[in-house]
Design a protein around this ligand. Structure first.
Ligand SMILES: Cc1cc2nc3c(=O)[nH]c(=O)nc-3n(C[C@H](O)[C@H](O)[C@H](O)COP(=O)(O)OP(=O)(O)OC[C@H]3O[C@@H](n4cnc5c(N)ncnc54)[C@H](O)[C@@H]3O)c2cc1C
Length: 476
C-alpha cells in the first residue's frame, strides 16, 4: 500500500478513461487521500497515434473530464515527459503515491519502468494495476511454461477462468481542495491532422463511458442472441461496435465478458459463446504483443523476411483512397475513412487484397489503419494485419487468398454494404457514401458524380501473381 499520510495520490490515466470497473481508481481511492487524476500527452502518444486515434483520444478525454466534473473532481492535463510531469505534480500537490493501469507494448513498458524507478528513487510509491485485460499475458502459459502462439489452445486455457465481478463506479472521487494548473484540451489540437474528416467521423463515433454502457446494453438485448449467425454479414448491424470504447478504456472487457456470460442464461449459447471467443481474440493479441513485441513492426514469422512484398506504391494509394475498382474493397476503405471503423470481414478482405492481389507489405496497411481507425489498437491491428498477410500467428496459409467477388456474393448478397459506402452510379447515393467525399482531403479531387474506376488489377491476374510469388519463394 502507498503511504499517503503526507497527502494523497496522483492517478495517471492512460487507456483506462472511465470510472466503472476501473481498478486504478479503486486503488487510488483505497489509499485514503485526495486523488488527482492526470492525463499526460507524451512523445509516445505524439509519435505512435495516427490522426484519427489522436482525435478520438481528445473526445474521450473531454467526455471523462465532464464526468469527473459532475462528481466534483477534475481531469488535470499535462504534456511532456511523464517522469518530469509526475515529479512536478508531486511537488505541487504533496502526493506520495502514483497509481496507473499497466500497458503491454514494449515502448510503454520501457517508459513505465523508467518512470517507476525515478519515482521510487525519490521515495514515491507506485502502484500498477490491471484495468484493461481479462488475462494478463504472463498469467496464461502452456504446460511447458511458454506463451501461446496459436489461438485455439489459448482460448481453451482461458475460457472457463473466473474473471470476478466488475466493480461499480466510485461514489466519492476524493477530490482535493487545491487543484494544480491544467493545460487546455483545445490547445493540444488533437484533431488537427484529421482536417475536415473530424466533422464527419464525429457523426459516427460513440464517445465516452455512458455511451459505451448503453451500447453494451443494446447489444445484449438485440444483438448477442444472433451474433454467431450474423456477425459476418457486412450490411447488418450485428456486432457490438464496442472496439472504439475498449480502445480508450471507456468500458472494461470484464463488463463485456460478464454481460455475455449472464446472457448465456436466456439466449442460444453457441451464439453468445462466439462473442466471448471474439473478446478473447483481443486478449490473445495482447498476449502476443507482450511475449513477441516484434509483432508490431517485423514479420512475426521471420521466414517471411525476404518475401518480395512491395513497399508503398501507387496501387496502395488507390487502395487507401477507396479507388481500386473492386467494389467490396473500396466500400470497406471508404467505410473506414467516413466512420473511423470498419467491419471485421471488410478488414480481412481489404487486408488480403492489399497484401496478396497488390503484393504490398502488410506494414503499409497497418500504418493506414493506424492513421484512420478510431478503434486503433496497437495489438489487434498488428495481429490482424499479420494474420491476414500470412506472416503472423494463427495465420491462414498464404495461398488461401480471399476472393473479393465471392466474399461479396456471400456476405453482401443484397449489396447493402456496397450501396451504403459507394456513391458512384447510385441514385440517390446513401448519405454515408456522400459523407466520404466530404471527409476526404480536397487534394484528392474526388466527387460523388465521378465515374467509378476500372479495376487497377484484374482479380485473377493478381491472384496468380501472388500465388506464383509464393511458390517461387517457397521453392527457394
Ligand atoms: C487487418 C485487421 C486490423 C484490425 N485492427 C483492429 C484495431 O486496430 N482495433 C481493434 O479493436 N480491432 C482490430 N481488428 C479486429 C476486429 O476487426 C475489430 O475488433 C472488430 O471489427 C470491432 O468491431 P466490434 O467492436 O463490433 O466487434 P465485435 O464483433 O462486437 O467483437 C467484440 C470485441 O471483441 C474484440 N475482437 C473481435 N474480433 C477481434 C479480432 N479479430 N481481433 C482482436 N479483437 C477482436 C474487439 O475488442 C471487439 O470490440 C482488426 C482486424 C483485422 C483483420
Amino acid at each position: 500500500m502507498c503511504d499517503t499520510q503526507e497527502g494523497g495520490t496522483v492517478l495517471w490515466l492512460r487507456r483506462d478513461l472511465r470510472l466503472r470497473d476501473q481498478p486504478a481508481w479503486r486503488a487510488a481511492l483505497e489509499e485514503g487521500g485526495p486523488v488527482w487524476p492526470v492525463f499526460i500527452l507524451d512523445s509516445l502518444i505524439e509519435e505512435t497515434y495516427g490522426a484519427a486515434p489522436k482525435w478520438r483520444l481528445g473526445e474521450s478525454l473531454r467526455s471523462l473530464a465532464s464526468s469527473l466534473k459532475k462528481q466534483k473532481s477534475r481531469l488535470v492535463l499535462r504534456s511532456g515527459d511523464p517522469l518530469k510531469v509526475l515529479r512536478s505534480l508531486i511537488a505541487e500537490t504533496g502526493a506520495r503515491c502514483v497509481v496507473w493501469s499497466r500497458l503491454y507494448d514494449s515502448m510503454s513498458i520501457g517508459r513505465d519502468k523508467e518512470t517507476r524507478s525515478g519515482l521510487n528513487a525519490q521515495g514515491i510509491k507506485v502502484l500498477e494495476v490491471n484495468s484493461s485485460l481479462l488475462f494478463e499475458p504472463w498469467t496464461v502459459a502452456t504446460q511447458q511454461g511458454r506463451f501461446y502462439g496459436v489461438y485455439t489452445p489459448f482460448w481453451n486455457a482461458v475460457q472457463h477462468r473466473d474473471i470476478g465481478q466488475p466493480l461499480g463506479s466510485p461514489g466519492d472521487l476524493s477530490p482535493p481542495d487545491n487543484w494544480p494548473a491544467s493545460d487546455s484540451l483545445s490547445d493540444w489540437r488533437l484533431g488537427a491532422k484529421m482536417g475536415r474528416g473530424a466533422a464527419i467521423v464525429s457523426r459516427y463515433a460513440n464517445v465516452g463511458e455512458h455511451a459505451a454502457s448503453e451500447r453494451l446494453d443494446r447489444f445484449i438485448v438485440r444483438g448477442i442472441g444472433s451474433y454467431k449467425s450474423e456477425r459476418d454479414y457486412l450490411g447488418l448491424d450485428s456486432t457490438s461496435k464496442l472496439s472504439e470504447n475498449l480502445t480508450y478504456g471507456e468500458i472494461s472487457p470484464r463488463r463485456l465478458w460478464y454481460a455475455a456470460q449472464n446472457a448465456m442464461e436466456g439466449k442460444r449459447n453457441a451464439e453468445v459463446s462466439y462473442f466471448l471467443r471474439e473478446i478473447a481474440w483481443r486478449e490473445f493479441a495482447y498476449h502476443l504483443l507482450y511475449h513477441t513485441p516484434r509483432i508490431i513492426d517485423k514479420n512475426w514469422r521471420s521466414d517471411w523476411d525476404n518475401f518480395p512484398w512491395r513497399d508503398d506504391n501507387e496501387d496502395a494509394e488507390a487502395w487507401r483512397r477507396g479507388m481500386t475498382g473492386i467494389e467490396i474493397v473500396d466500400a470497406g476503405m471508404r467505410e473506414m475513412y467516413t466512420t473511423g471503423t470498419m467491419h471485421n470481414r471488410a478488414r480481412m478482405l481489404v487486408g488480403s487484397y492489399l497484401t496478396k492481389h497488390l503484393m504490398t507489405g502488410w506494414w503499409v496497411g497497418e500504418a493506414w489503419f493506424r492513421e484512420c481507425l478510431i478503434d486503433w489498437d496497437i495489438a489487434s491491428n498488428a495481429m490482424g494485419w499479420q494474420w491476414v498477410a500470412g506472416s503472423g500467428p494463427d495465420a491462414a496459409p498464404y495461398f488461401r487468398i480471399f476472393n473479393p467477388e465471392l466474399q461479396a456474393k456471400k456476405f453482401d448478397a443484397d449489396r447493402r454494404y456496397r450501396d451504403k459506402y459507394l456513391a458512384e452510379g447510385r441514385r440517390p447515393p446513401h448519405p454515408n457514401a456522400l459523407n466520404y467525399f466530404k471527409a476526404v482531403p480536397k487534394s484528392w479531387a474526388l466527387t460523388p458524380g465521378q465515374t467509378y474506376p476500372r479495376p487497377i488489377i484484374d482479380l485473377s491476374t493478381g491472384r496468380q501473381r501472388a500465388l506464383e510469388a509464393y511458390r517461387q519463394y517457397r521453392n527457394k
